[in-house]
Design a protein around this ligand. Structure first.
Ligand code: NAP
Length: 475
């Protein structure tokens, strides 16, 4: 039987007139019916966030941090249940869901600490008798819009710094995965985060809800994680009210393996960088660029590892790769593989997905060229695209041949090359002999079309604060 979930507004669970269905991506079964927030409900959430803001911002930072810590602790204490919920609505294997719950909780813990360290500064004045001071103030009520691929972590990476800074929030999770967000709201409620500080408005119509949030004068900032296309649209629509905007957008990560690399280490890194969440990650390795001397050895070892991956239902023991999220994801993979093969790519492992099953086994393609869509677009699935490079300069040029700039990976044993290439790569983050870069204490974010702002780290709080400078005449 499908469960029913309400929206969370002003500390109460609200049941609007309409609901929408949430489906298990593995078999399409309806697993829940969720409150479909209309304009009036979204407006009520905005009003609640605005009302709660003055008291929340006035609360001492350490107190706000303590509440965030308590939510993190409850997440960890309840990680199995939360992980099962994530696997149900997102499809990822249970071990990955457990890892996500821990990763998501780590943002709350990290920003609980940061709530105690929102420092200002004093500046030496040019005139005697003057004091120049700077404080950091919360930007105000924020709207948080999050995707389905990491339904806990993409929310806590915003919720943590927002609440730590003294902002209140209205969050709108992706329609495919609202249950994890609602479970988080429940924990916020249980630890006593005051009514109106956290509001959650699931809806079936993302553009409409976002429009309502952007149109509201009380909302002072939009933080969005999702595709570059939608991010650009939101940025444009925030111009009229000059809202602050943070954007964590799509990637097209190069994974460069140089001739002097430790091939075994590169393959281990590639497995993580490519296949986490069935390849549906913004930091997924999208374009493998192999220097000619290692191309053959790397490809052979990589394919051997890929051949061992078990694809299936996320809750089944031993599943390495869960389903992709929906029909659109399957169709996109079919299109990218078909285009690559038509333009001369070679299929060296697997076969193109047929029909509409969301269970997609890995596919490996070599002979990729820059005009192929698979080179230019985010693959977002378990499809590997391999290309060779003649030397370091060629590898860097290939890696930077994209509008995206989220993350890049490089494998080499040469210390000078590690620094030289990492600095030449146009990306907000670089993994050097490392296939997994995200962690709460490091700044996550991109350059070029991959976004604006940073999440995580001490810098993550900056996106939720404004500087106020005060010049005081004291004598
Ligand atoms: P998406 O279509 O842009 O959706 C992301 C969120 O925006 C969802 O909540 C979605 O709601 C909502 N949305 C969709 N259309 C909208 C509109 N017109 N106005 C306002 N909101 C709208 O992205 P996706 O394909 O689901 O997610 C994957 C993308 O996110 C990839 O490009 C990935 O790289 C990126 N991503 C980036 C990061 C990062 O940190 N840089 C992290 C994770 C994912 P509905 O789902 O209900 O339509």
């Amino acid at each position: 039987m499908a469960l029913t979930y309400k929206a969370y507004i002003d500390g109460r669970w609200v049941d609007p007139a309409r609901r929408f269905e949430v489906r298990d991506p593995f078999d399409g079964a309806v697993i829940a019916e969720v409150a479909d927030c209309d304009d009036a409900v979204v407006d009520a959430a905005i009003a609640a966030a605005a009302r709660a803001f003055p008291a929340w911002r006035s609360r001492p930072g350490p107190e706000r941090g303590k509440l965030l810590s308590q939510v993190a602790q409850r997440m960890l204490a309840d990680e199995r249940r939360l992980a099962e919920l994530c696997t149900r609505e997102n499809g990822k294997p249970i071990a990955e869901s457990v890892a996500e719950v821990r990763y998501a909780a780590s943002f709350l813990s990290w920003f609980a600490g940061e709530a105690e360290r929102i420092y200002g500064e004093t500046i030496p004045a040019s005139h005697p008798g003057q004091r120049l001071t700077v404080i950091r103030e919360p930007v105000g009520p924020c709207a948080l819009i999050t995707p389905w691929n990491f339904p806990y972590a993409m929310l806590t990476r915003k919720l943590g710094p927002a609440l730590a800074a003294g902002c209140t929030v209205v969050a709108r999770p992706a329609a495919q995965t609202p249950l994890c967000a609602l479970a988080l709201a429940e924990l916020c409620d249980q630890v006593g985060i005051p009514p109106g500080v956290v509001n959650l408005v699931p809806s079936s119509d993302a553009a409409r809800t976002a429009g309502r949030l952007i149109g509201a004068r009380q909302i002072r900032k939009i933080s969005f994680t999702g595709s570059t296309e939608v991010g650009k649209r939101l940025l444009r629509s925030c111009a009229d009210d000059l809202k602050r905007v943070s954007l964590e957008l799509g990637g097209n990560a190069p994974f460069v393996v140089f001739g002097d690399a430790d091939v075994e280490a590169a393959v281990r890194g590639a497995m993580v960088a490519k296949f986490r969440n069935t390849g549906q990650s913004c930091v997924a390795a999208n374009r493998f660029i192999l220097e000619a001397p290692v191309a053959e050895a790397f490809t052979a070892r990589f394919v051997a590892q890929i051949a061992r991956l078990k694809v299936g239902r996320g809750s089944d023991e031993g599943t390495d790769l869960g389903p992709v999220i929906d029909d659109g994801a399957v169709a996109k993979l079919q299109k990218l593989i078909g285009d690559a093969l038509a333009r001369g790519a070679k299929l060296v492992h697997g076969k193109p997905p047929e029909g509409r099953s969301h269970v997609v086994a890995p596919v490996v393609l070599t002979g990729i060229t820059p005009e192929m869509a698979i080179w230019r677009e985010e693959i977002f699935g378990p499809v590997v695209a391999l290309r060779t490079a003649s030397d370091e300069a060629d590898a860097i040029a290939q890696a930077n041949d994209t509008d995206a700039g989220l993350v890049a990976y490089l494998y080499t044993r040469d210390g000078a090359r590690q620094i030289r290439v990492a600095e030449a790569l146009e990306a907000g983050m670089v993994g050097i002999n490392e296939g997994l870069v995200s962690t709460a204490q490091a700044p996550f974010g991109g350059v070029k079309h991959s976004g604006l702002g940073r999440e995580g780290s001490r810098h993550g709080i900056d996106d939720y604060t404004s500087l106020k400078y005060m010049a005081s005449r004291i004598g």
